[in-house]
Design a protein around this ligand. Structure first.
Ligand SMILES: [Zn+2]
Length: 443
Protein backbone atom coordinates (compact mmCIF):
# COMPACT_ATOMS: atom_id res chain seq x y z
CA UNK A 1 0.00 0.00 0.00
CA UNK A 2 1.42 3.40 -0.89
CA UNK A 3 0.12 6.74 0.28
CA UNK A 4 -1.10 9.48 -2.03
CA UNK A 5 1.99 11.55 -1.23
CA UNK A 6 4.26 8.66 -2.12
CA UNK A 7 2.25 8.06 -5.24
CA UNK A 8 2.55 11.71 -6.26
CA UNK A 9 6.28 11.64 -5.61
CA UNK A 10 6.56 8.46 -7.63
CA UNK A 11 4.61 9.80 -10.57
CA UNK A 12 6.63 13.00 -10.49
CA UNK A 13 9.81 10.92 -10.57
CA UNK A 14 8.32 8.89 -13.41
CA UNK A 15 7.52 12.04 -15.36
CA UNK A 16 11.00 13.44 -14.78
CA UNK A 17 12.61 10.18 -15.86
CA UNK A 18 10.56 9.96 -18.99
CA UNK A 19 10.95 13.55 -20.17
CA UNK A 20 14.20 13.21 -22.14
CA UNK A 21 13.14 10.07 -23.99
CA UNK A 22 9.68 11.40 -24.71
CA UNK A 23 11.29 14.40 -26.33
CA UNK A 24 13.03 12.28 -28.93
CA UNK A 25 10.78 9.32 -29.54
CA UNK A 26 7.04 9.01 -29.77
CA UNK A 27 5.67 6.43 -27.32
CA UNK A 28 5.60 2.86 -28.52
CA UNK A 29 3.22 1.07 -26.17
CA UNK A 30 0.87 -1.80 -26.94
CA UNK A 31 -1.55 -1.74 -23.99
CA UNK A 32 -4.05 -3.97 -25.73
CA UNK A 33 -1.66 -6.78 -26.48
CA UNK A 34 -3.51 -9.93 -27.30
CA UNK A 35 -3.79 -12.51 -30.01
CA UNK A 36 -6.44 -13.71 -32.38
CA UNK A 37 -6.90 -15.33 -35.74
CA UNK A 38 -9.31 -13.54 -38.07
CA UNK A 39 -10.84 -15.24 -41.07
CA UNK A 40 -11.47 -12.38 -43.54
CA UNK A 41 -13.73 -12.76 -46.58
CA UNK A 42 -11.58 -10.21 -48.42
CA UNK A 43 -8.39 -8.48 -47.30
CA UNK A 44 -7.37 -4.96 -48.24
CA UNK A 45 -3.91 -4.71 -46.70
CA UNK A 46 -3.49 -0.92 -46.90
CA UNK A 47 -0.47 -1.03 -49.20
CA UNK A 48 -1.37 -3.18 -52.21
CA UNK A 49 -3.49 -1.59 -54.92
CA UNK A 50 -5.65 -4.71 -55.24
CA UNK A 51 -7.44 -6.72 -52.57
CA UNK A 52 -6.02 -10.09 -51.65
CA UNK A 53 -9.20 -12.14 -51.45
CA UNK A 54 -9.88 -14.55 -48.60
CA UNK A 55 -7.27 -14.47 -45.84
CA UNK A 56 -6.50 -15.70 -42.34
CA UNK A 57 -4.82 -12.94 -40.33
CA UNK A 58 -2.89 -13.98 -37.22
CA UNK A 59 -2.12 -11.52 -34.44
CA UNK A 60 0.19 -12.48 -31.59
CA UNK A 61 1.31 -10.31 -28.68
CA UNK A 62 -0.48 -7.34 -30.15
CA UNK A 63 1.12 -7.49 -33.58
CA UNK A 64 0.32 -9.11 -36.91
CA UNK A 65 2.36 -12.29 -37.13
CA UNK A 66 1.26 -13.92 -40.39
CA UNK A 67 -1.26 -13.68 -43.21
CA UNK A 68 -2.30 -16.96 -44.85
CA UNK A 69 -4.47 -17.76 -47.86
CA UNK A 70 -5.68 -20.99 -46.27
CA UNK A 71 -6.73 -21.77 -42.71
CA UNK A 72 -3.80 -22.61 -40.43
CA UNK A 73 -4.15 -26.27 -39.45
CA UNK A 74 -3.45 -25.74 -35.76
CA UNK A 75 -4.44 -22.17 -34.79
CA UNK A 76 -3.05 -21.00 -31.45
CA UNK A 77 -5.77 -18.37 -31.03
CA UNK A 78 -9.58 -18.36 -31.19
CA UNK A 79 -10.93 -17.73 -34.68
CA UNK A 80 -12.84 -14.52 -35.31
CA UNK A 81 -15.21 -15.26 -38.17
CA UNK A 82 -15.21 -12.27 -40.54
CA UNK A 83 -15.73 -14.43 -43.62
CA UNK A 84 -18.61 -12.28 -44.89
CA UNK A 85 -16.72 -9.02 -44.28
CA UNK A 86 -13.89 -7.03 -45.85
CA UNK A 87 -10.89 -6.51 -43.53
CA UNK A 88 -8.72 -3.39 -43.67
CA UNK A 89 -5.97 -1.93 -41.48
CA UNK A 90 -7.12 0.17 -38.51
CA UNK A 91 -7.75 3.69 -39.81
CA UNK A 92 -5.50 6.69 -39.15
CA UNK A 93 -7.07 10.09 -38.48
CA UNK A 94 -4.43 12.76 -39.14
CA UNK A 95 -6.35 15.71 -37.71
CA UNK A 96 -8.71 15.46 -34.77
CA UNK A 97 -9.53 17.45 -31.64
CA UNK A 98 -10.45 14.50 -29.49
CA UNK A 99 -11.25 16.44 -26.32
CA UNK A 100 -13.47 19.00 -28.03
CA UNK A 101 -16.92 18.97 -29.59
CA UNK A 102 -19.07 21.19 -31.83
CA UNK A 103 -21.38 22.37 -29.03
CA UNK A 104 -18.71 24.68 -27.59
CA UNK A 105 -18.40 26.52 -30.91
CA UNK A 106 -21.60 28.37 -30.07
CA UNK A 107 -19.65 30.16 -27.34
CA UNK A 108 -15.92 29.51 -27.21
CA UNK A 109 -15.63 31.39 -23.92
CA UNK A 110 -17.16 28.27 -22.30
CA UNK A 111 -13.60 26.94 -22.28
CA UNK A 112 -12.60 29.61 -19.76
CA UNK A 113 -14.51 27.70 -17.06
CA UNK A 114 -13.74 24.09 -18.03
CA UNK A 115 -11.51 22.15 -15.66
CA UNK A 116 -9.05 19.53 -16.79
CA UNK A 117 -11.54 16.94 -15.47
CA UNK A 118 -14.31 18.44 -17.64
CA UNK A 119 -12.06 18.19 -20.67
CA UNK A 120 -11.06 14.62 -19.90
CA UNK A 121 -14.62 13.53 -19.25
CA UNK A 122 -15.52 14.72 -22.76
CA UNK A 123 -12.30 13.22 -24.11
CA UNK A 124 -13.21 9.77 -22.80
CA UNK A 125 -16.53 9.81 -24.64
CA UNK A 126 -15.01 11.15 -27.84
CA UNK A 127 -12.06 8.72 -27.76
CA UNK A 128 -14.43 5.76 -27.42
CA UNK A 129 -16.64 7.00 -30.27
CA UNK A 130 -13.55 7.55 -32.43
CA UNK A 131 -12.16 4.08 -31.74
CA UNK A 132 -15.51 2.40 -32.40
CA UNK A 133 -15.71 4.18 -35.77
CA UNK A 134 -12.58 2.29 -36.83
CA UNK A 135 -9.88 4.86 -36.07
CA UNK A 136 -7.11 3.11 -34.16
CA UNK A 137 -4.49 5.86 -34.50
CA UNK A 138 -5.22 9.58 -34.29
CA UNK A 139 -3.18 12.74 -34.33
CA UNK A 140 -4.68 15.23 -31.88
CA UNK A 141 -3.77 18.58 -33.39
CA UNK A 142 -4.32 20.80 -30.43
CA UNK A 143 -6.45 21.38 -27.39
CA UNK A 144 -7.40 24.72 -25.96
CA UNK A 145 -6.67 23.35 -22.47
CA UNK A 146 -2.89 22.92 -22.67
CA UNK A 147 -1.75 19.31 -22.28
CA UNK A 148 -5.23 17.83 -21.83
CA UNK A 149 -4.49 15.62 -24.85
CA UNK A 150 -1.32 14.29 -23.20
CA UNK A 151 -3.32 13.24 -20.14
CA UNK A 152 -5.76 11.36 -22.36
CA UNK A 153 -2.93 9.79 -24.36
CA UNK A 154 -1.37 8.50 -21.15
CA UNK A 155 -4.68 7.11 -19.87
CA UNK A 156 -5.14 5.23 -23.14
CA UNK A 157 -1.55 3.97 -23.10
CA UNK A 158 -2.00 2.65 -19.56
CA UNK A 159 -5.21 0.91 -20.60
CA UNK A 160 -7.29 3.10 -18.24
CA UNK A 161 -9.46 4.49 -21.05
CA UNK A 162 -10.43 3.03 -24.43
CA UNK A 163 -9.31 5.05 -27.42
CA UNK A 164 -7.03 5.19 -30.44
CA UNK A 165 -3.25 5.41 -30.19
CA UNK A 166 -2.75 9.16 -29.86
CA UNK A 167 -0.08 11.52 -31.07
CA UNK A 168 -0.64 14.87 -29.37
CA UNK A 169 0.39 18.45 -30.09
CA UNK A 170 0.12 19.70 -26.51
CA UNK A 171 -1.22 23.13 -27.41
CA UNK A 172 -1.54 25.52 -30.36
CA UNK A 173 1.44 27.66 -31.35
CA UNK A 174 -0.35 30.82 -32.43
CA UNK A 175 -0.15 34.60 -32.40
CA UNK A 176 -2.21 36.62 -29.86
CA UNK A 177 -5.78 36.65 -31.16
CA UNK A 178 -4.82 34.05 -33.79
CA UNK A 179 -6.70 30.94 -34.82
CA UNK A 180 -5.46 28.96 -31.80
CA UNK A 181 -6.14 31.65 -29.22
CA UNK A 182 -9.42 31.95 -27.32
CA UNK A 183 -9.59 35.72 -27.45
CA UNK A 184 -13.25 36.65 -27.92
CA UNK A 185 -14.93 40.02 -28.60
CA UNK A 186 -15.17 42.13 -25.44
CA UNK A 187 -12.72 39.96 -23.51
CA UNK A 188 -9.51 41.33 -22.05
CA UNK A 189 -6.46 39.17 -22.79
CA UNK A 190 -5.49 39.27 -19.13
CA UNK A 191 -8.78 37.61 -18.13
CA UNK A 192 -8.17 34.43 -20.11
CA UNK A 193 -6.84 31.58 -17.94
CA UNK A 194 -3.12 30.98 -18.70
CA UNK A 195 -3.56 27.21 -19.27
CA UNK A 196 -5.54 28.14 -22.42
CA UNK A 197 -2.69 30.24 -23.85
CA UNK A 198 0.50 28.18 -23.40
CA UNK A 199 1.40 28.50 -27.08
CA UNK A 200 0.45 32.15 -27.69
CA UNK A 201 3.68 33.77 -28.90
CA UNK A 202 4.75 37.15 -30.24
CA UNK A 203 8.21 36.77 -31.80
CA UNK A 204 10.32 34.02 -33.39
CA UNK A 205 12.19 33.72 -30.08
CA UNK A 206 8.96 33.25 -28.16
CA UNK A 207 7.70 30.72 -30.68
CA UNK A 208 10.96 28.77 -30.35
CA UNK A 209 10.70 28.88 -26.55
CA UNK A 210 7.10 27.67 -26.49
CA UNK A 211 7.88 25.01 -29.09
CA UNK A 212 10.75 23.72 -26.96
CA UNK A 213 8.46 23.61 -23.92
CA UNK A 214 6.00 21.51 -25.94
CA UNK A 215 8.79 19.13 -26.97
CA UNK A 216 10.08 18.86 -23.40
CA UNK A 217 6.56 18.29 -22.10
CA UNK A 218 5.97 15.26 -24.28
CA UNK A 219 4.37 16.49 -27.51
CA UNK A 220 4.52 13.99 -30.39
CA UNK A 221 3.97 16.65 -33.07
CA UNK A 222 3.90 20.46 -33.06
CA UNK A 223 0.98 22.45 -34.45
CA UNK A 224 1.39 25.97 -35.81
CA UNK A 225 -1.51 28.23 -36.80
CA UNK A 226 0.10 29.85 -39.83
CA UNK A 227 -3.01 31.48 -41.31
CA UNK A 228 -6.37 32.68 -40.03
CA UNK A 229 -8.95 30.11 -38.95
CA UNK A 230 -12.58 29.50 -39.80
CA UNK A 231 -13.83 28.79 -36.30
CA UNK A 232 -12.16 31.63 -34.42
CA UNK A 233 -13.00 35.26 -33.73
CA UNK A 234 -11.08 37.60 -36.03
CA UNK A 235 -8.61 36.53 -38.66
CA UNK A 236 -9.39 35.47 -42.20
CA UNK A 237 -8.53 31.96 -43.44
CA UNK A 238 -6.89 33.40 -46.57
CA UNK A 239 -4.62 35.76 -44.64
CA UNK A 240 -1.29 34.93 -42.95
CA UNK A 241 -0.99 35.16 -39.14
CA UNK A 242 2.50 33.79 -38.37
CA UNK A 243 5.52 35.16 -40.22
CA UNK A 244 7.87 32.84 -42.12
CA UNK A 245 10.54 33.44 -39.45
CA UNK A 246 8.10 32.39 -36.71
CA UNK A 247 7.14 29.19 -38.54
CA UNK A 248 10.79 28.40 -39.18
CA UNK A 249 11.63 28.91 -35.49
CA UNK A 250 9.11 26.19 -34.55
CA UNK A 251 10.24 23.84 -37.32
CA UNK A 252 13.87 24.06 -36.18
CA UNK A 253 12.95 23.09 -32.62
CA UNK A 254 10.66 20.26 -33.73
CA UNK A 255 13.04 18.76 -36.26
CA UNK A 256 15.96 18.92 -33.84
CA UNK A 257 13.85 16.72 -31.55
CA UNK A 258 12.77 14.38 -34.34
CA UNK A 259 9.18 15.62 -34.35
CA UNK A 260 7.06 16.73 -37.27
CA UNK A 261 5.24 20.03 -37.69
CA UNK A 262 1.61 20.25 -38.77
CA UNK A 263 0.83 23.69 -40.15
CA UNK A 264 -2.73 24.99 -40.15
CA UNK A 265 -2.77 27.00 -43.38
CA UNK A 266 -5.82 27.86 -45.44
CA UNK A 267 -4.32 30.72 -47.44
CA UNK A 268 -2.18 30.22 -50.55
CA UNK A 269 0.61 32.41 -49.20
CA UNK A 270 0.73 30.75 -45.78
CA UNK A 271 0.81 27.32 -47.44
CA UNK A 272 3.86 28.29 -49.48
CA UNK A 273 5.57 29.94 -46.50
CA UNK A 274 4.91 26.94 -44.24
CA UNK A 275 6.31 24.46 -46.79
CA UNK A 276 9.35 26.64 -47.41
CA UNK A 277 9.88 26.89 -43.64
CA UNK A 278 9.92 23.09 -43.43
CA UNK A 279 6.44 22.12 -42.20
CA UNK A 280 5.68 18.43 -42.75
CA UNK A 281 1.92 18.50 -43.32
CA UNK A 282 -0.40 21.30 -44.34
CA UNK A 283 -3.76 21.22 -42.56
CA UNK A 284 -6.83 22.41 -44.51
CA UNK A 285 -4.85 23.75 -47.54
CA UNK A 286 -8.07 25.38 -48.68
CA UNK A 287 -6.72 28.00 -51.09
CA UNK A 288 -3.64 26.06 -52.28
CA UNK A 289 -2.42 27.37 -55.66
CA UNK A 290 -0.17 25.88 -58.35
CA UNK A 291 2.98 27.01 -56.57
CA UNK A 292 1.81 25.44 -53.30
CA UNK A 293 1.02 22.20 -55.10
CA UNK A 294 4.43 22.19 -56.80
CA UNK A 295 6.22 22.81 -53.50
CA UNK A 296 4.20 20.15 -51.65
CA UNK A 297 5.25 17.56 -54.24
CA UNK A 298 8.87 18.74 -54.25
CA UNK A 299 9.12 18.58 -50.42
CA UNK A 300 7.05 15.41 -49.92
CA UNK A 301 4.60 17.38 -47.79
CA UNK A 302 1.22 15.78 -47.07
CA UNK A 303 -2.04 17.67 -47.32
CA UNK A 304 -4.69 16.98 -44.72
CA UNK A 305 -7.85 18.44 -46.26
CA UNK A 306 -11.04 18.15 -44.20
CA UNK A 307 -13.41 18.01 -47.16
CA UNK A 308 -16.13 16.05 -45.37
CA UNK A 309 -17.36 18.39 -42.67
CA UNK A 310 -18.66 21.47 -44.50
CA UNK A 311 -22.26 20.38 -45.18
CA UNK A 312 -22.76 19.20 -41.62
CA UNK A 313 -21.29 22.46 -40.27
CA UNK A 314 -23.43 24.69 -42.47
CA UNK A 315 -26.60 22.84 -41.49
CA UNK A 316 -25.95 22.10 -37.84
CA UNK A 317 -23.85 25.17 -37.01
CA UNK A 318 -26.82 27.33 -37.83
CA UNK A 319 -29.10 25.21 -35.62
CA UNK A 320 -26.58 25.36 -32.77
CA UNK A 321 -26.28 29.14 -33.08
CA UNK A 322 -22.63 29.37 -34.07
CA UNK A 323 -21.49 33.01 -34.47
CA UNK A 324 -22.28 34.60 -37.85
CA UNK A 325 -18.58 35.09 -38.50
CA UNK A 326 -17.89 31.34 -38.13
CA UNK A 327 -20.80 30.51 -40.44
CA UNK A 328 -19.65 32.99 -43.08
CA UNK A 329 -16.10 31.61 -43.10
CA UNK A 330 -17.40 28.02 -43.20
CA UNK A 331 -19.54 28.77 -46.24
CA UNK A 332 -16.70 30.63 -47.97
CA UNK A 333 -14.18 27.82 -47.56
CA UNK A 334 -16.21 24.63 -48.10
CA UNK A 335 -16.50 24.35 -51.88
CA UNK A 336 -13.18 25.97 -52.81
CA UNK A 337 -11.38 23.45 -50.57
CA UNK A 338 -13.11 20.55 -52.31
CA UNK A 339 -12.22 21.90 -55.77
CA UNK A 340 -8.61 22.35 -54.70
CA UNK A 341 -8.55 18.85 -53.22
CA UNK A 342 -9.32 17.60 -56.73
CA UNK A 343 -6.55 19.73 -58.29
CA UNK A 344 -3.95 18.74 -55.70
CA UNK A 345 -4.81 15.06 -56.02
CA UNK A 346 -4.69 15.16 -59.82
CA UNK A 347 -1.26 16.79 -59.60
CA UNK A 348 -0.03 13.93 -57.41
CA UNK A 349 0.32 15.45 -53.93
CA UNK A 350 0.26 13.06 -50.95
CA UNK A 351 -3.19 13.53 -49.43
CA UNK A 352 -3.95 12.02 -46.03
CA UNK A 353 -7.19 11.37 -44.21
CA UNK A 354 -7.66 14.26 -41.78
CA UNK A 355 -11.16 15.35 -40.85
CA UNK A 356 -10.90 18.00 -38.09
CA UNK A 357 -13.31 15.91 -35.98
CA UNK A 358 -14.47 17.97 -33.04
CA UNK A 359 -15.86 20.66 -35.33
CA UNK A 360 -18.48 17.95 -36.04
CA UNK A 361 -19.33 15.02 -33.73
CA UNK A 362 -16.71 12.35 -33.06
CA UNK A 363 -17.44 8.94 -34.53
CA UNK A 364 -18.59 10.28 -37.93
CA UNK A 365 -15.19 10.65 -39.63
CA UNK A 366 -15.95 7.83 -42.07
CA UNK A 367 -18.28 10.14 -43.94
CA UNK A 368 -15.25 11.92 -45.41
CA UNK A 369 -14.27 8.93 -47.58
CA UNK A 370 -17.24 9.51 -49.90
CA UNK A 371 -16.18 13.15 -50.42
CA UNK A 372 -12.59 12.13 -51.17
CA UNK A 373 -13.93 9.80 -53.86
CA UNK A 374 -16.42 12.36 -55.18
CA UNK A 375 -13.54 14.81 -55.61
CA UNK A 376 -11.26 12.53 -57.56
CA UNK A 377 -9.73 9.70 -55.54
CA UNK A 378 -10.35 6.07 -56.32
CA UNK A 379 -11.81 4.22 -53.33
CA UNK A 380 -8.47 2.44 -52.88
CA UNK A 381 -6.61 5.78 -52.85
CA UNK A 382 -9.01 7.10 -50.20
CA UNK A 383 -8.41 3.98 -48.08
CA UNK A 384 -4.63 4.29 -48.47
CA UNK A 385 -4.88 7.97 -47.46
CA UNK A 386 -6.17 6.68 -44.12
CA UNK A 387 -3.72 3.78 -43.86
CA UNK A 388 -0.29 3.44 -45.51
CA UNK A 389 0.00 7.02 -46.81
CA UNK A 390 -1.03 8.47 -43.45
CA UNK A 391 1.40 6.15 -41.64
CA UNK A 392 4.25 7.32 -43.86
CA UNK A 393 3.37 10.98 -43.23
CA UNK A 394 3.21 10.30 -39.48
CA UNK A 395 6.61 8.66 -39.51
CA UNK A 396 4.92 5.51 -38.17
CA UNK A 397 5.10 3.30 -41.29
CA UNK A 398 6.85 0.63 -39.22
CA UNK A 399 3.98 0.52 -36.71
CA UNK A 400 0.59 1.12 -38.35
CA UNK A 401 -1.19 1.59 -41.65
CA UNK A 402 -0.97 -1.90 -43.16
CA UNK A 403 -1.84 -5.49 -42.39
CA UNK A 404 1.57 -7.09 -42.50
CA UNK A 405 3.75 -9.02 -40.04
CA UNK A 406 5.44 -6.88 -37.40
CA UNK A 407 2.97 -3.99 -37.39
CA UNK A 408 0.45 -3.40 -34.58
CA UNK A 409 -2.52 -5.73 -34.86
CA UNK A 410 -4.96 -2.92 -35.67
CA UNK A 411 -7.70 -3.98 -38.06
CA UNK A 412 -11.28 -3.10 -38.98
CA UNK A 413 -13.91 -4.96 -40.96
CA UNK A 414 -16.86 -3.66 -42.96
CA UNK A 415 -19.85 -5.33 -44.57
CA UNK A 416 -19.79 -5.02 -48.35
CA UNK A 417 -17.09 -3.90 -50.74
CA UNK A 418 -15.65 -0.43 -50.06
CA UNK A 419 -14.07 -0.48 -53.54
CA UNK A 420 -17.50 -0.39 -55.18
CA UNK A 421 -19.35 1.50 -52.41
CA UNK A 422 -17.02 3.66 -50.30
CA UNK A 423 -19.91 4.68 -48.02
CA UNK A 424 -19.59 1.33 -46.19
CA UNK A 425 -16.61 2.95 -44.43
CA UNK A 426 -19.16 4.96 -42.41
CA UNK A 427 -20.37 1.78 -40.72
CA UNK A 428 -17.40 -0.18 -39.45
CA UNK A 429 -18.65 -3.49 -37.99
CA UNK A 430 -15.51 -4.75 -36.29
CA UNK A 431 -12.56 -2.99 -34.66
CA UNK A 432 -9.44 -4.75 -33.41
CA UNK A 433 -6.70 -2.77 -31.69
CA UNK A 434 -3.43 -4.43 -30.79
CA UNK A 435 -4.98 -7.85 -31.29
CA UNK A 436 -7.88 -7.19 -28.93
CA UNK A 437 -11.46 -7.01 -30.18
CA UNK A 438 -12.81 -3.60 -29.13
CA UNK A 439 -15.94 -3.70 -31.28
CA UNK A 440 -17.25 -6.98 -32.55
CA UNK A 441 -19.91 -8.23 -34.86
CA UNK A 442 -23.09 -7.43 -32.96
CA UNK A 443 -21.76 -5.02 -30.29
ZN1 LIG B 1 -8.28 21.54 -36.43
Amino acid sequence: MITTTQKNALSLLFVLLLQPTFAFAAPDPVPEADGLLAHCGTLIDGRSDTPRGEAWVSIENGRFSRIDQTAPTDPASPVLDLSDLTCLPGLIEMHTHILEGPEELTDLTAYYDFSLEDNLEAGHRYALATLRSGITTARNLGTYYGWAGRELREEIERGDAPGPRLLVAGYYLTIPGGGGDLLAPGVDEADIPPHLRLGVSRTPTEFAHNAQRAVDGGADVLKVIASGAVLAYGGEPGAPEMSPAEIRAVVEVAHAAGLKVAAHAHGARSIIEAIEAGADTIEHATYIDDEGIRLAIEHGVGLSMDVGAGDWMIEQGRLMGWPDEFMRKTIETTQVQRDNFRRAHEAGVDIVFGTDAGIYPHGMAGMQFAFMVEYGMTPMEAIQAATSVAARQLGWADRVGAIEPGLYGDMVAVAGDPLTDISVMEKVSVVVKGGRLVKGPGN
